[in-house]
Structures are given as C-alpha cells and as structure tokens.
Design a binder for this molecule. Structure first.
Ligand code: AMP
Length: 419
C-alpha cells in the first residue's frame, strides 16, 4: 500500500516524497486513518517502527485543514528525553515543510531563552519533555487551554525514568475535550491504568518492531571475565566490518572508562550520558551519525530514542538488569531492512541477568566459544577438550593477532557471525 492511498493532502505527500518515503510502515497504515477520524489511539509500538510519522502526519493534516489557524498551542507531544524530543520536532519540520504549521521543541538542560522566544512568536505544535514543560507552564509562558490533541510518547519510559508524576501533573492541566494518542512499547499495569484514565474508546494498534529480536538481528554472547571486557571489546573492534557500534554500559562512569580505553587505542569514540552537557551529547550523536565517530558509548537513559538508521552493531558491554532493556538496546540496530548484529558480554556476575533476558526473548543467545578471553569466565564447558582449547589456545591467538594485524580477530568474528 502506498502513502497515496491514505487520503493525505498534497503538501504532505510532497514532503514524504522529498523524504524518499513511498510505503507507509504497518503502524502508519493502521494509525493514520484512525487519527484522521479523530479517534483516541492506544499504540503499542517502540522506536524504529515509524511511529513518529504515524502521529505527526495526520496531526499536520488535521491542522492544515483548519487553516487559517487560531492562536494558541493546539497539539502537545510529551516525550521522555531531549533526544527524542528533538527527533520528533525534526519529523514535524520534515513532514510539515510545505504546510506552514509552526512547531517548536522545549527540553531541560539548556537555557530557556530561545525556547521562550519561539513560544512568544506562536506555535501550533509543541514537543516537550515533562520537566521543562511544567517549568515554563508555571512561569506563564505556556497555556494549554486551546489544546486539541495530546500525544503521550513512550509512556513506559516515562515510568522507568521516574517522570510519571510530572506527566500526571501535565495531564491535569489539559482540557477534558481533546483527542489523545498514547504510545508505549510495553504495557505494565501502571501504564494500563494511565491509558484507561486518559483515553476514551481508543482504537488499538499494535506492531512488533520491524527488526524483532528473533529474526533480523544476529545475536551472540561472549562469556568473559569482568576485567577482560575492555580487551575483548578492542579485540572485536579489530574487525573493520564493524563500521559503527553503539556500546552500552550500565553506568556513566563505566561509559567514560570504556571511551578512554578506546581512545588510547586510536578508536574514535565518545560517551553520551546524563553528566554530559546537552551540546556535548548532540555533538557526539551527530559525529556518530556522520561517521566521524566509530563508537558511541551510552548509558540506557542517554540512549533512549537515539535513532540511527545505519547502525550495524550494538554491543552490550554490560548486561542490563531489566530484561526489556536488552530488547530496546538491540532494537537500535537492524533498522530499515539492514542486518543488525548484537553482541553481549556476560561475566560470571551477570548470569542472573542473562537468564532473565533469555526467558523474556524465549531464546538462548548463541555463545561464541572461540575467543581469547574465556579463561576467567568460568564457563560450564560442554566437553573437556573444548574447555582446554578455550582456556589456553585462544589467548595465544589474540597475542598473534596483535602482532599480525588481526587475522585471528577476523576468524573469531567469522565464527561469531556463522553461528
Ligand atoms: P520512528 O519509529 O518514528 O523513530 O522511525 C524510525 C525511522 O524510520 C526514522 O528514521 C524514520 O525517518 C524512518 N521512517 C519512518 N517512516 C518511514 C517510511 N514510511 N518509509 C521509510 N522510512 C520511514
């Protein structure tokens, strides 16, 4: 089915063709007609499914059809992170470029001056993170009495990140008569309760990400001693096939440490996490997107919503303690029909996390036995002969690899890919 079958107006079709989009994704096919019919929507979908366009396109059309527009904010999109907020605003800019609809984005961590200037000039669509929104509302810069459409994006992340109280405060200020679009990748009980309060006879749309964990992403697992993880990472990055890698650590400090090690080995890397300034985070992200950086090391919160179409590898330097986070992390690769690779390091201390992850994805992640750092990982080896090989031989391989420009690195990687 083509976009032209969705009864979209010319300015939007023109913008979509400029973007190179011809076929709507499943969530767009389902959601666009429902939103245009002014229905409330409960969307079970995560980033990567095309959900931003699924709400941005019909919202732009609804507003365009009301032109000339009355003053005031008519649409509010609430999203948990700055990165997501910026990306959503960029989507409105892209799909709305021929509509004349005014939009702006507000988020914390930067001066409010530019944001309040934009608000004073007047906006139709406001994209916001909860904290800055409440702040500017309390200062009188934002009034939501003219609101027609409210979008709550990534509701489950709002909960994870402790924003649910702020979200509820915002909701209390919205006009009762409005259209509400509610998106969440997962539906824990608290989120179901919130959806029930917010939505009136909602239409439901549910999509699995195009690159679900089971099919398009090649997953592999390395059992490795905690102390040897940096060496294993360097070893794997010796493979030039890894063009871009998003590496996940559990802590900000851990992210900085990994970056230092990589930089010492002349690998172009940067970290993004909550302690970095907004400018540093944006800079690192765009350097990563344009290929200046090869490796981006991120904590889960900082990486939320990062959307990079060409990302080839996700490396879990440390396993997350929430198993759903594993699915979110690896879903960053394998976008847009590309093959993605997700590599996970697991130390003895992380066995419980691994067990939970495998239970959630109903799959045993294939283990790469052939690598130089198995000695301290205390693997329950399948057979004595293999065990001996794992303990000693690969380390010699690594030493050789270091001296010979990485042949065995490629061999190890090949082994990993073929599993
Ligand atoms: P989202 O799930 O909204 O974060 O979108 C994921 C990615 O898919 C973004 O990079 C979009 O630009 C892209 N995208 C969204 N819809 C389409 C489409 N119909 N055709 C091609 N790419 C799309």
């Amino acid at each position: 089915m083509a976009f032209t079958k969705l009864s979209l107006i010319e300015p939007i079709l023109k913008a979509l063709s400029t973007e190179g989009y011809t076929i709507p994704t499943p969530i767009q096919q389902q959601a666009i007609p429902l939103v245009l019919q002014r229905k409330d929507l409960l969307g079970c979908a995560q980033t990567g499914t095309g959900k931003t366009a699924a709400f941005a396109i019909p919202i732009l059309q609804i507003l365009y059809e009301q032109k000339p527009l009355a003053a005031g904010i008519k649409v509010l999109i609430l999203t948990p992170t700055r990165e997501l907020a910026i990306q959503i605003d960029e989507s409105f800019a892209a799909y709305g470029r021929f509509t004349g609809i005014r939009h702006t984005v507000i988020f914390g961590g930067v001066s409010q001056q530019n944001q309040t200037n934009a608000l004073r000039r007047g906006v139709d669509v406001l994209v916001a993170t909860p904290g800055r929104l409440l702040d500017l509302m309390s200062q009188g810069y934002i009034h939501l009495d003219k609101l027609q459409i409210f979008v709550l994006d990534e509701a489950d992340r709002m909960l994870d990140m402790g924003f649910i109280h702020d979200v509820k405060k915002v909701i209390a200020k919205l006009p009762a008569k409005r259209q509400t679009l509610f998106f969440s990748a997962t539906m824990p009980p608290e989120i179901q309760k919130l959806a029930a309060v917010l939505l009136t006879h909602p239409a439901k749309v549910e999509v699995t990400p195009p690159s679900s964990t089971v099919d398009k992403i090649e997953q592999s697992l390395y059992h490795v001693g905690k102390m040897e993880k940096p060496e294993l990472l360097l070893h794997l990055l010796g493979n030039k096939e890894i063009k871009t890698a998003l590496v996940f650590t559990r802590t900000k400090h851990g992210a900085d440490k990994v970056v230092k090690i990589l930089q010492r080995h002349n690998i172009r890397a940067a970290a993004i996490h909550g302690n970095k300034s907004q400018n540093a985070r944006q800079g690192a992200l765009s350097d990563f997107k344009n290929g200046t950086l090869r490796v981006l090391v991120a904590t889960d919160i900082a990486a939320r919503g990062i959307d990079i179409d060409e990302l080839t590898h996700v490396i879990n330097f440390e396993l997350p303690n929430i198993p759903e986070t594993y699915v979110h992390r690896i879903g960053r690769t394998g976008r847009a029909g590309n093959i993605g690779t997700a590599i996970s390091f697991c130390s003895t201390e992380e066995r419980a996390e691994l067990k939970d992850i495998q239970k959630l994805i109903s799959k045993t992640i294939p283990v790469v036995h052939e690598h130089p750092f198995t000695a301290n990982a205390h693997i329950a080896a399948p057979a004595p002969a293999t065990r001996q090989q794992q303990s000693f031989k690969p380390r010699r391989n690594f030493n050789t690899a270091a001296g010979q420009g990485g042949n065995s690195q490629r061999r190890s990687y090949g082994a990993q890919r073929s599993r």
